[in-house]
Ligand binder design. Structure first.
Ligand code: AMP
Length: 424
């Protein structure tokens, strides 16, 4: 399934392509077509599954189709935390960059003046946390009477945080005639009840929680991007227990470079990816299975469906930006009851992927600090889990003290532009 087959308009397809997404995630495949058709959606999916694009892309398409000369507030996305709000805002900017639409993000804990200024300038979509939204509604700065699409994101977290009364007050001000998309990571009875009061004949979409394979020992090496190949070579040279390792590379070129580097250093390696002929792939796999090759470097697509037993190590040379992919990758080792080891290299830019991965597997992956290529950035941003467990010195990349809920190193975006400004 491709994004094009989902029915998305060319400007959105371009944006998705420029984001480097090759194909829709399961939640996107399931939710985008009915959402584009105007159906209500009940989505059981957590952060990290691609659900932001699953609702943002259809919203942007709908807003664009009915855009007038002036922006008018037609879509509202309510999410529990400012970090999520900022991320959704950033995603709307990314996906809507070829459209002439405007959005802004409002959340508490910061001055409301810039937010009010942007609202007064006019926006087509608003991403908000409940408290600040209600506050600005009560002060007459936000009018929800023209909302066509409403999204309630992370509903279970919203209820946990005691936002139910706020949500009811917000919903009371929405037009009855509207499209509603409701997302929650879990669907206990209380959430279903709330959903029933908001949705009309919804299409239910769900992506199962993927759990991590039980017997895989996981480790993270923080390392600069430019040192990854040297670190890999070190590991392979020093650790003879790395008998048969599958190395994952995000790109085909990357896979070729890694294979060349290792082969040049005398380690029997081959790469498999989409640009290799079927014959070359089969030969590489046979040689890997027979033990002739110690290392097979693969892209995610090439590795799909590969059934190779006795992979002692999975090495993530690059961390995947979709956390489920991490779980799929590490499941390549520890097959059939054997135990396996998953080693992941994480450079500074990949920190946010690590946050998503640890959030998905609900576990802190142990760090290996004592290695030959420590990262040059001495005080890297901590992940959520590190901060929650009280690790580190509490400093973040941006020098601020950091709140417990902030996700990774992403900077909140207050950019309100989804595309270039519509001429007035
Ligand atoms: P979300 O669940 O919306 O927080 O998305 C999780 C991460 O997946 C984000 O970093 C997105 O940029 C990324 N993502 C979303 N859709 C795709 C896709 N189709 N292919 C690859 N990455 C994606």
């Amino acid at each position: 399934m491709s994004f094009k087959q989902l029915g998305l308009a060319p400007p959105l397809l371009r944006a998705v392509e420029e984001s480097g997404y090759e194909r829709p995630t399961p939640i996107q495949t399931q939710a985008i077509p009915p959402a584009l058709a105007g159906r209500d959606i009940l989505g059981c999916a957590q952060t990290g599954t691609g659900k932001t694009a699953a609702f943002s892309l259809p919203i942007l398409q709908r807003l664009d189709a009915s855009a007038g000369d002036e922006p008018s507030l037609r879509s509202l996305i309510v999410t529990p935390t400012r970090e999520l709000a900022a991320q959704i805002g950033a995603s709307m900017s990314t996906y809507g960059k070829h459209l002439e639409l405007w959005h802004t993000v409002v959340f508490g804990g910061v001055s409301d003046k810039p937010q009010i200024h942007e609202l007064r300038e006019g926006v087509d979509a608003l991403v908000a946390t409940p408290g600040r939204l209600l506050d600005l509604m009560n002060r007459g700065e936000i009018d929800l009477s023209s909302i066509e699409v409403f999204v309630l994101d992370e509903a279970d977290q919203m209820l946990d945080m005691g936002f139910l009364p706020d949500i009811r007050r917000i919903v009371a001000k929405l037009p009855r005639e509207r499209q509603t998309m409701f997302f929650s990571a879990t669907m206990p009875g209380s959430i279903r009840e709330l959903a029933q009061t908001l949705l009309v004949d919804p299409v239910e979409v769900a992506v199962a929680r993927i759990s991590e394979p039980a017997d895989v020992e996981q480790r993270i090496y923080f390392v600069d991007k430019g040192d990854k190949r040297k670190l890999l070579l070190d590991l392979l040279r020093q650790d003879t227990s790395v008998e048969r390792s599958l190395v994952f590379s995000r790109t085909k070129h990357g896979a070729n470079r890694i294979a060349k580097h290792l082969s040049g250093a005398g380690i029997m390696t081959a790469a498999i990816h989409g640009n290799k002929s079927q014959g070359a792939r089969t030969r590489a796999l046979d040689a890997f299975r027979s033990g002739e090759l110690r290392v097979l470097v693969a892209t995610d697509i090439a590795a799909r469906g590969l059934d190779i037993d006795a992979v002692s190590h999975v090495i993530n040379f690059d961390l995947p930006n979709v956390p489920e992919t991490y779980v799929h990758r590490i499941g390549r080792t520890a097959r059939a009851g054997a135990s396996g080891i998953a080693i992941s290299f994480c450079d500074l830019e990949e920190r946010e992927y690590l946050v998503d991965i640890e959030r998905l597997i609900r576990k802190h992956i142990p760090r290996v600090e004592d290695h030959g290529y420590p990262p040059s950035q001495s005080s890297p941003a901590m992940t959520d889990l590190e901060r929650k467990s009280g690790g580190g010195d509490g400093k973040r990349k941006d020098g601020s003290s950091g709140g417990g809920e902030r996700r990774g190193g992403r900077r909140p975006s207050r950019g309100r532009r989804s595309g270039s400004r519509r001429p007035r």
